[in-house]
Design a binder for this molecule. Structure first.
Ligand SMILES: [Ca+2]
Length: 91
């Protein structure tokens, strides 16, 4: 009977993805390996995985994050999207 069983609490709300996970999910979307994905693909992914975002909300995020407005999302733009989404949910 030791005292080695410490239960860690407070991690249930830890939804922030790691950079590794972000890269992985981006690559999964970027099926042709071009280094960018279409806004449509990202939109679909966000609406599906997050569930609680409407397509309109996602569209607004995309519009803001697509800095060069080429309808494609590079990895750096993708990071902006994720950051915005987490900023929005923690507000
Ligand atoms: Ca872009």
């Amino acid at each position: 009977m030791g005292c080695g069983s410490s239960t860690s609490t407070g991690t249930e709300n830890n939804q922030t993805p790691t950079m590794d996970e972000l890269i992985h999910s981006f690559r999964a979307l970027d099926s042709d390996g071009s280094g960018s994905v279409t806004t449509g693909e990202i939109k679909k992914m966000l609406v599906q995985t997050k569930g609680y975002y409407t397509e309109d909300e996602v569209s607004a995020i995309m519009k803001d994050a697509d800095v060069d407005e080429n309808d494609r999302v590079s990895f750096s733009e993708y990071i902006r999207i994720i950051a915005k989404m987490f900023a929005a949910t923690s507000a």
